[in-house]
Design a binder for this molecule. Structure first.
Ligand code: UDP
Ligand code: MG
Length: 170
């Protein structure tokens, strides 16, 4: 048994269907802790980087639009991103999330209960769940800054950035 971290996203269809509470309740059954959480408007660059392994698939363009919430628009064009930590977190959370294809997923899993296949053939499966530890580390570093996570889970270093424009509260 190993303590693992993973990235969970509540995708725009989950937001649109008002499933945030249900999804977090189902995930909480695994007794994992949340060590990072935020709402994100997903840029095209972030979407493409997140799904880079699927870039040669015919559905890649649709997938990028989907994770950006393009078809839903304001106020659903966003995702909720979470970093979870716990024993064997990846396998256990993926079991609760269910299989990629919502029609094949266990009906009691999140994807089985709430997912659908669109008329364009995209699996709108409500949540993203990292698939292994390497992918989890890549994804967490892509979506979160070190200071957005309440624990230091990966090595960090200090750098000095000069003349960088920053937005602060007035
Ligand atoms: N996807 C799809 N059609 C497919 C395979 C994947 O629409 O034939 C979408 C689906 O939303 C999935 C995402 O692409 O969650 C990423 O695919 P992956 O194979 O990584 O599945 P996951 O790890 O999300 O179960
Ligand atoms: Mg995957």
């Amino acid at each position: 048994m190993a303590v693992e971290q993973l990235l969970i996203l509540i995708k725009p269809d989950g937001i649109k269907k008002s499933l945030t509470g249900n999804i977090l309740t189902k995930l909480s059954e695994a007794r994992m802790v949340i060590i990072g959480a935020k709402a994100v408007k997903v840029s095209k660059e972030l979407a493409e980087a997140h799904y880079y392994q699927l870039k040669d698939k015919l559905f890649f363009g649709e997938l990028v639009d989907y994770i950006q919430g393009k078809i839903y628009g304001e106020p659903y064009d966003r995702v909720l991103a979470f970093v979870y930590q716990g024993e064997d977190a990846i396998l256990r959370m993926r079991k609760i999330a269910g299989a990629t294809n919502p029609e094949e997923a266990d009906p009691v899993s999140i994807r089985g209960a709430y997912g659908r296949i669109t008329t364009k053939g995209v699996y709108e499966n409500v949540v993203h769940c990292s698939s292994d530890q390497l992918e989890a580390a890549r994804e967490i570093k892509l979506w979160f800054k070190p200071e957005d996570i309440v624990k230091e889970i990966y090595p960090t270093k200090k750098i000095t950035v000069e003349k960088e424009a920053k937005t602060i509260w007035t």
